[in-house]
Ligand binder design. Structure first.
Ligand code: AMP
Ligand code: ZN
Length: 112
């Protein structure tokens, strides 16, 4: 059994509120939402962070990026959304399985 929280979510060993999944990614609601809509987009495969990406991950990363606007629209975010990726301890990363935060709607935090 993996000791990575998000690998365990992918495996279904830890429950999550999934809103989308396919052969490459799983998307679920953040347990501690920072805005009205707060999703986490993660690859099924374990990649620690942006810092550990290899050239062969390029297609997967592009895929995840292009998925974001589709997910946002499905959540009713028709006038935009915010994407955050925390990398490493210094970047505020708490879970070391790569994840894209997709935020939008009311109470959108920071960066204005
Ligand atoms: P980060 O600081 O970028 O590593 O963010 C980790 C995110 O994972 C935080 O926003 C947490 O609220 C979220 N999180 C932690 N555990 C769970 C869980 N079991 N289900 C959903 N989201 C989680
Ligand atoms: Zn993992």
């Amino acid at each position: 059994m993996s000791d990575c929280l998000f690998c365990r979510i992918v495996a279904g060993e830890i429950p999550s509120e999934r809103v989308y999944e396919d052969e490459k990614v799983v998307v679920f609601k953040d347990i501690n939402p920072k805005a009205e809509v707060h999703l986490l987009v993660i690859p099924r495969q374990h990649i620690e962070s942006l810092d550990s990406l290899r050239a062969e991950d390029d297609e997967l990363i592009a895929y995840m990026m292009r998925l974001l606007p589709r997910l946002a629209r499905d959540q009713g975010l028709h006038d935009g959304f915010r994407t955050i990726i925390n990398t490493g301890k210094g970047g505020g990363q708490l879970v070391f399985h790569l994840h894209l935060h997709l935020l939008g709607g009311k109470n959108l935090p920071g960066f204005e």
